[in-house]
Design a protein around this ligand. Structure first.
Ligand SMILES: NC(=O)c1ccc[n+]([C@@H]2O[C@H](COP(=O)([O-])OP(=O)(O)OC[C@H]3O[C@@H](n4cnc5c(N)ncnc54)[C@H](O)[C@@H]3O)[C@@H](O)[C@H]2O)c1
Length: 462
């Protein structure tokens, strides 16, 4: 059993803390937002993450998980390892805002009284580990302390929506270290998480920091690649979903992150792509490919919105628009940089009335848009009085619908930013279906809607 401190009870910090506590470590979580702590102590995880509430509740019950609201208090417990899981949002200019990272490091330096390994789990630009070391050392020097410490980089790869499984059964754990002691501490801590054969990959701190950005950039590149390919498919009368299937069955390519759609969003890809572009330009190595990934993604949202406006001859004032899906992806309530925000802003700006439904993200969206849009209790309520439907998140409950329902839409049209269905399926019901990369596909209306392979069956293979 190790004593661990985790700074930040957000998506990464809370999952990290809860999973480490589940493996019998004593974990002190430092969260400065008192509302979050109160909510957690009342048994409520302040965000939607399947499976997390249960682990948090039982770890609180066994006292393996303890919440405090300042770093000094946690350090009196003399943790051996301190994880920094604070946010690293984008500044206006796209550079990663590291103010929370520096503040946490300074607080550690002010109160560290015994050796500890300080581990950056946040996604941070290369060189941050060294700076963290300097900030801590400066504070130790100020109080003439001779306490020693190590710094390590251990970037997190969990996916919101499946974060607990990802943490408990990682594909790999990256340990960026520059001392044997740091390596041993991380190897020991993570040993119980590697029993399924995943490796602990040890490297320098700089390489670990860059590995996280490179991984996210690769995934975002696949999405933008498919989105640009989808534009070409529309021009040429091809179906991007069939193209994807044909590509993905090649083992060298695989299925993941090849869905054409309205583009990526979320709390990571947009900001990490921006930060990587800046890291490149600040070192004189322009990341031209990554710049294009971002450009294609921005354009993709615009093009999707344009399809809606073009359908209505640029006049959507007064239209009653139904919206399914607000979260940036299924199984999360996270709306940070969700494409739905761009779509809603544009449509509201043009005078449309929006009624939206999301299984998890309604509260977050309501905080953002207040009463400028209507929030429905169910997906069916959205359709009842709508002129058209827009789908922006591929939640399971949207994938398996009775298409007959769509026939109540007054303008008989569904705009699908996630390619949830096939053109054949909706054509069978006389619904116009605007999707991504399949808009000029010739629909064979004699074919049974139920005999065609659905997007759902294809994505189930991913
Ligand atoms: N969310 C993801 O899916 C994900 C996945 C992998 C990596 N990351 C990276 O992990 C980092 C954290 O992301 P997140 O989504 O968990 O952020 P978050 O905003 O959900 O959580 C950060 C938390 O840290 C707290 N905090 C900030 N400074 C603090 C301090 N000095 N003391 C105590 N608490 C403090 C905040 O109040 C907040 O609750 C980011 O760098 C992100 O890029 C996120």
């Amino acid at each position: 059993m190790k004593k661990i401190a985790v700074i930040g009870a957000g998506y990464v910090g809370l999952v990290t803390a809860a999973c480490l506590a589940q493996k019998n470590n004593q974990v002190f979580v430092i969260e400065r937002d008192l509302q979050k702590i109160t909510s957690l102590l009342n048994g409520n995880v302040p965000f939607y993450e399947p499976g997390l509430e249960h682990i948090v509740a039982s770890a609180i019950h066994t006292k393996h998980l303890v919440f405090v609201n300042n770093i000094a208090q946690a350090l009196t417990e003399e943790p051996e390892i301190i994880f920094s899981c604070v946010g690293t949002p984008s500044q206006e200019d796209g550079v990663a805002d590291l103010s929370y990272v520096w503040a946490a490091a300074a607080e550690i330096g002010k109160t560290l009284n015994k050796y500890a390994l300080i581990v950056n789990k946040s996604t941070v630009p290369v060189g941050t580990g060294d700076r963290v070391r300097q900030v801590i050392q400066l504070e130790l020097d100020r109080r003439a302390s001779s306490v020693t410490f190590d710094v390590a980089s251990n970037p997190e790869f969990l996916k919101e929506g499946d974060a607990v499984n990802d943490f408990l059964m990682p594909d790999r754990i990256i340990a960026g270290v520059d001392s044997e002691k740091a390596h041993h501490l991380l190897a020991d801590l993570y040993y119980p998480f590697l029993s399924h054969g995943a490796p602990l990959v040890t490297m320098s701190i700089a390489s670990a920091e860059l590995t996280k950005y490179a991984s996210n950039a690769m995934l975002a590149t696949r999405i933008s690649f498919m989105n640009q390919m989808a534009l070409l498919a529309d021009k040429l009368g091809a179906d991007i979903s069939d193209v994807k299937k044909g590509m993905a069955l090649d083992k060298r390519i695989g299925w993941a992150f090849l869905n054409a759609g309205i583009g990526y969003g979320g709390s990571c890809f947009p900001k990490d792509i921006k930060a990587l572009i800046h890291m490149g330009s600040s070192t004189g190595q322009r990341m031209t490919l990554v710049e294009e990934v971002e450009h294609v993604n921005d354009l993709q949202k615009q093009l999707f919105i344009n399809q809606i406006l073009t359908h209505y001859h640029n006049n959507i004032a007064g239209k009653k628009i139904g919206l399914w899906g607000l979260a940036f992806k299924p199984e999360t309530d996270d709306i940070r940089c969700a494409p739905s925000i761009d779509v809603i802003n544009k449509l509201l700006g043009q005078g449309a009335h929006i009624t939206a439904y999301d299984p998890a993200a309604t509260a977050n969206m309501r905080a953002l848009f207040k009463d400028t849009i209507t929030f429905a209790q169910t997906a069916d309520d959205v359709i009842k009085n709508a002129d058209c439907l827009i789908i922006l998140t591929e939640w399971q409950e949207f994938l398996h619908v009775d298409f007959e329902k769509f026939t109540v839409l007054k303008d008989n049209v569904v705009f699908d930013g996630r390619n949830c269905y096939t053109p054949e399926q909706l054509s069978h019901y006389g619904i116009k279906y605007v999707s991504v990369g399949r808009n000029t596909v010739t629909v064979n209306t004699t074919q049974s809607a139920h005999s065609s392979p659905t997007h759902a069956t294809v994505s189930a293979m991913m």
